[in-house]
Design a protein around this ligand. Structure first.
Ligand SMILES: *Cc1c(COP(=O)(O)O)cnc(C)c1O
Length: 432
C-alpha cells in the first residue's frame, strides 16, 4: 500500500479499519462532488461580497476605546449583510456566543405584551432559559413576553392548522431553528424555511421571522435571508467563523431589526456606532473567507460517518442517503461503552490535547452525565472536530466539525479504531 497507509499505521489505525474506511469512501465520490460544488458556489459568494464592499487592508486593523468610525467593523457588517441577504448586520466580538446572539435578537425586538411563537417545536436547550420556559432570571417571561409553541407533526412536517390558530394579535416574532440541534427531528432545508415564512407572513405580514442559523451556514447555496427571513442569527465559533474566529456572533437581516439589536447590545442612542473591534477583525474576515470550504470538510466528515456506522448496523441520523442541511451527525450505540469509546477516538485524533482521555461528568442543565471530546484551537469550538453524548439511553453520540476533510476522516477512523480496540466491535465485522 502507499506510504500514506504507513503513516496511518504509525498513528494507530490498523489495516482492517483503514480498508473499511476506504471501501466506504469509494462510494461517496459523487456525494462529495456535490458538497464541493456547494463550497465553490459559496466561496464565490463570499469573495463577491468582500469585493463589492471594497474590503481593504486597512479593514483588517482594529480600533480601541469607543471604536468610533471603525472601518473594518462597519465593512465586515456590510459583507455579512450581503452574504446573508440582509439590509444590515451586526457582527461583533462583544456578542459572546450563539445563545447571546439569539437572546439579543429576541430581547431587542420584543416588547412587554408581545408573544413569541416557535412553530417548529422546542427550541435549543439554552434558549429555554432565555425565553423562560424554564424559569430564569432576566428571561423574556420576566419582562411580560409570553411564549407559544407548535410542535412538528410526527412525520416532521409543519402543523399548519395549529400554527394558524397560534398566531394571534400579540404574536410579534416567530423563531425558526434551522438545525435539529440535539433533537431527533429533521433539520429544515432553507426551502422549507421559506415555505413556513411565506405561510406565517400571509396570516400576519408584520410578524418578524427570525431563523436560528447555527450549524446551517454554507451547507446549502441559499441562506434563510434569501427566502424571506427578517433576521438570521448565529455563532462565529461555528460555521461562519471558519475555525479562525475566536469569539463572536452575528445578526443579519432587516435594518430595523438589526438596529434594535445594536441599541440593546450597546446602548440606546449609541447602537452600532460604538464597539471597538480590538485586533480581531483579520480573523473574522479570513474565517468567513474559509468558511465555505471548512463547512464542506465538516459535511464530508458527517456523511462519511453516517455511511460507515450505518453499514456496521448502528442507527444514524441523518441516514447515509439523506440530504444535509446542517453539519451534525448522530450515531446511536445502544450502550455507554460505545459512546465512550467513540469519544475517546475523536479526542485521540485532535491536534490539541490528544493525550487526554475524556471522562463522563455531570454538567449543568443535563439530567445525565455527559462525555465530550474536543481538542480544539478555540475552546468549545464545534466547527472543529468534536463529539459529545449524554450517558443515557439510547446512548447516542453527536459528532460534528473538522476544519479539513483529511482531519475529519482521520477522526472518524480513530473513532472506529477505538471501538475495535475497546472490544466493542469485532474486527471480523469490518469485512465489506
Ligand atoms: C450552538 C447552538 C446554539 C447556541 O450557541 P452557543 O454558541 O452554544 O451558545 C443555539 N442554537 C443552535 C441550533 C445551536 O446549534
Amino acid at each position: 500500500m502507499s506510504d500514506i497507509w504507513e503513516l496511518y499505521e504509525k498513528m494507530g489505525i490498523c489495516r482492517e479499519v483503514y480498508g473499511y474506511g476506504q471501501g466506504i469512501l469509494e462510494e461517496l465520490e459523487e456525494r462529495f462532488q456535490r458538497i464541493d460544488h456547494t463550497a465553490e458556489h459559496n466561496q464565490l459568494k463570499v469573495v463577491k461580497a468582500m469585493q463589492s464592499c471594497q474590503v481593504s487592508e486597512a479593514c483588517l486593523l482594529g480600533t480601541t476605546g469607543y471604536g468610533y468610525g471603525d472601518l473594518g467593523r462597519d465593512t465586515l457588517e456590510a459583507v455579512y449583510a450581503e452574504v446573508f441577504h440582509g439590509e444590515d448586520a451586526l457582527v461583533r466580538p462583544q456578542i459572546t456566543c450563539g445563545t447571546h446572539a439569539l437572546a439579543l435578537a429576541l430581547m431587542s425586538n420584543l416588547r412587554p405584551g408581545d408573544e413569541l411563537l416557535s412553530p417548529v417545536g422546542k427550541p435549543y436547550d439554552t434558549l429555554e432559559e432565555v425565553i423562560g420556559i424554564r424559569p430564569s432570571r432576566g428571561s423574556l417571561a420576566e419582562y411580560g413576553i409570553t411564549y407559544r409553541q407548535v410542535d412538528l407533526l410526527p412525520d416532521g412536517g409543519f402543523d399548519y392548522d395549529e400554527i394558524q390558530k397560534a398566531i394571534g394579535e400579540r404574536t410579534r416574532l416567530v423563531t425558526i431553528q434551522r438545525s435539529k440541534g440535539y433533537q431527533t427531528r429533521p433539520t429544515l432545508s432553507v426551502a422549507r424555511i421559506g415555505e413556513l415564512i411565506a405561510f406565517v407572513k400571509k396570516i400576519k405580514p408584520d410578524i418578524i421571522c427570525m431563523v436560528d442559523n447555527c450549524y446551517g451556514e454554507f451547507v446549502e447555496t441559499l441562506e434563510p435571508g434569501d427566502v424571506g427571513a427578517d433576521m438570521s442569527v448565529g455563532s462565529l465559533i461555528k460555521n461562519p467563523g471558519g475555525g479562525l474566529a475566536p469569539i463572536g456572533g452575528y445578526i443579519a437581516g432587516k435594518r430595523e431589526c438589526v438596529e434594535n439589536a445594536a441599541f440593546r447590545l450597546t446602548s440606546p442612542g449609541l447602537g452600532k456606532e460604538v464597539g471597538a473591534s480590538l485586533g480581531i477583525l483579520k480573523d473574522f474576515y479570513q474565517g468567513l473567507f474559509l468558511a465555505p470550504t471548512v463547512t464542506a470538510a465538516a459535511l464530508k466528515g458527517a456523511v462519511f460517518a453516517a455511511n460507515l456506522y450505518e453499514r456496521l448496523g448502528f442507527s444514524v441520523i441523518p441516514d447515509s442517503q439523506e440530504s444535509r442541511h446542517d453539519i451534525i451527525q448522530a450515531v446511536t450505540f445502544g450502550s455507554p461503552q460505545g459512546v465512550i469509546a467513540f469519544c475517546e477516538g475523536i479526542q485521540a485524533a485532535a491536534p490539541v490535547d490528544s493525550h487526554v482521555v475524556p471522562q463522563p461528568a455531570d454538567m449543568p442543565g443535563y439530567d445525565a452525565q455527559v462525555i465530550m471530546a474536543a481538542g480544539a484551537f478555540v475552546s468549545g469550538s464545534s466547527i472543529e472536530l468534536s463529539a459529545d453524548g449524554p450517558i443515557r439511553p439510547p446512548y447516542t453520540v453527536y459528532f460534528q466539525g473538522g476544519l479539513t476533510w483529511p482531519h475529519a476522516k482521520f477522526g472518524i477512523l480513530k473513532s472506529l479504531q477505538s471501538l475495535v480496540d475497546k472490544g466493542f466491535l469485532e474486527k471480523c465485522r469490518l469485512k465489506q
